[in-house]
Design a protein around this ligand. Structure first.
Ligand code: F6P
Length: 491
């Protein structure tokens, strides 16, 4: 599917021609979507019904970018005034943070990947006036991440934003405490520290208890999933770095994709096409993984963001009906082309597994250097060549090692240029793909119970590591974990 005349208001072009699907097969796929109750489920998503059944929550990241002015109801209450009030808070922060040298954004998972990706991706957009502030993303509990961040920031002119939906996440709270200690050691008073501390959270009371001032808390709500939260105040650093207008453009691009997803006929609907092609490759080709290859250095973090979005949403063994599902999330991996060509493309071309690929390419060059056109032409030539090689292959008359099977399905997504608007659309495209895949698999895409067990088990292990002399603490573990703890605790 590549339709440049009528894209049904999508800012992007999705070309599935190398998926090798004929019109009869497409129709079969569209029938499957309809049989899964897709239209009713999409309606439920946009109208605030509690489709996250296990947590009894609505799923309304689309409301965060609803620039239409129309109300969105949750439990009969219009949530748009609360969202608009946070937009004003974000704009105020942009006006207030003048003269600030550093922003330390502390968060992990959905409270990190989205804003980190966008801040990295938009640095090549020359139409944006970038503020001189340095934005540092601090996520890992590994103190090496903390050390690197603190070495780069000036305590006197730093603002710290603690970003956590729950405000209880171990890594984020530990890093926040350590950053506050660093500020204290730099001789900032309690009042100074409390003035520079901000929180973005759905747990306001916990942020207040932590010591963040009421007026420095930017709320979001339980109907925003962490991995869908970049459109909320979680995206504050985007506005701080590139301006509030750029943030609004980012929302506008996503809103345009929402409208496309809602209104385009199923045969022209881009998120549905992406979901169906992957689903088909899982069923027909036994694909267990998918490579996402942006031919744009600025989108190098895109596959990392998508990994959480897709795998945390759809990596599930059981469906909404508690029954085992046949298939669910593939393993998502990827990195920027052309670098990725010199890494795992051998396996994509000749490996025994069929790994479908989504290529993402940008029409306009991503720098203004005099040589940019020449570089860009070669970049795009490589993207198109890889796509063709995977699909068409090559048969050597005598040497199997020089032969390529072809019939390796891949899709090409074109952006006219990489700006805030198109990036918003691209991320929303994949959010909706994740939703469509969840419908096809029959899973709840909006909870993540599978991440809890490891977190729970880390607590007694941490206690045993902290108290090596207390042999009783070891009794609760299996022999393997026990011997590992003992090894670590040896002087
Ligand atoms: O990895 C589990 C998870 O709950 C993610 O879903 C979430 O994005 C991340 O942790 C961070 O959570 P929070 O924003 O509550 O700190």
């Amino acid at each position: 599917m590549i339709n440049t005349e009528n894209n049904f208001n999508s800012p992007l072009y999705v070309d599935t021609l190398y998926q090798g699907i004929n019109s009869f097969q497409w129709q079969e796929l569209f029938d499957i979507v309809e049989k899964k109750g897709f239209s009713a489920k999409r309606h439920a998503l946009f109208t605030g019904q509690k489709i996250n059944q296990s947590e009894n929550r609505a799923v309304l990241h689309t409301a965060l970018r609803n620039l239409s002015g129309s109300p969105v109801l949750v439990d009969d209450q219009d949530i748009m005034p609360a969202i608009q009030s946070v937009w004003r808070q974000i704009e105020q922060c942009c006006n207030k943070f003048v003269g600030i040298t550093d922003i330390i954004h502390i968060g992990i998972g959905g409270s990190d990947f989205g804003p980190r990706l966008v801040c990295d991706a938009l640095w090549t957009d020359d139409s944006l006036t970038k503020t001189p502030v340095n934005v540092h993303f601090l996520s890992n509990i590994d103190s090496a991440d903390l050390a690197r961040t603190l070495a780069r920031a000036k305590p006197q002119s730093t603002r710290v934003i603690i970003v956590s939906k729950t405000f209880t996440t171990l890594e984020t709270m530990q890093n926040a405490q350590s950053v506050i200690k660093w500020l204290t050691e730099a001789k900032l008073t309690k009042t100074q520290i409390s003035n520079l501390l901000y929180a973005v959270t759905a747990n306001t009371s916990e942020a207040l208890t932590f010591g963040v001032k009421d007026e420095n808390i930017l709320p979001f709500w339980d109907w925003v999933g962490g991995r869908f939260s970049v459109w909320s105040a979680v995206g504050l650093p985007i506005a701080l770095k590139f301006g509030f207008e750029a943030f609004k453009k980012f929302l506008a691009g996503a809103h345009a994709m929402d409208q496309h997803f809602l209104n385009a006929p199923i045969e022209q609907n881009q998120p549905i096409a992406l979901a169906l092609t992957l689903f088909r490759n899982q069923l027909k080709r036994g694909s267990k993984a998918q490579a996402i290859i942006p031919y744009a250095q600025s989108l190098n973090l895109f596959p990392t963001w998508l990994q959480q979005l897709e795998m945390e949403s759809n990596g599930k063994t059981h469906g909404l009906d508690q029954k085992p599902v046949e298939i669910s999330s593939v393993c998502i991996f990827g990195s920027a082309g052309t670098n990725s060509q010199h890494s795992y493309f051998q396996m994509l071309h000749q490996g025994t597994q069929v790994v479908p690929v989504d290529f993402i390419a940008v029409k306009a060059p991503l720098s203004d250097l005099p040589c940019a056109q020449e570089h860009h032409r070669q970049l795009i030539a490589n993207c198109l060549a890889q796509s063709q090689a995977l699909a068409k292959g090559f048969q050597h008359p005598t040497d199997q090692n020089q032969s390529y099977s072809g019939h390796r399905p891949n899709t090409l997504i074109w952006l006219d240029k990489l700006d805030a608007y198109n990036l918003g659309a691209l991320m929303a495209l994949y959010e909706h793909r994740t939703f469509c895949l969840g419908v096809l698999y029959g899973v709840n895409s909006f909870d993540q119970p599978g991440v809890e067990l490891g977190k729970k088990l880390a607590k007694p292990i941490d206690q045993a590591l902290a108290n090596p002399a207390d042999a009783e603490l070891l009794e609760v573990f299996d022999d393997i974990t026990k011997s590992r703890i003992q090894w670590f605790n040896q002087p």
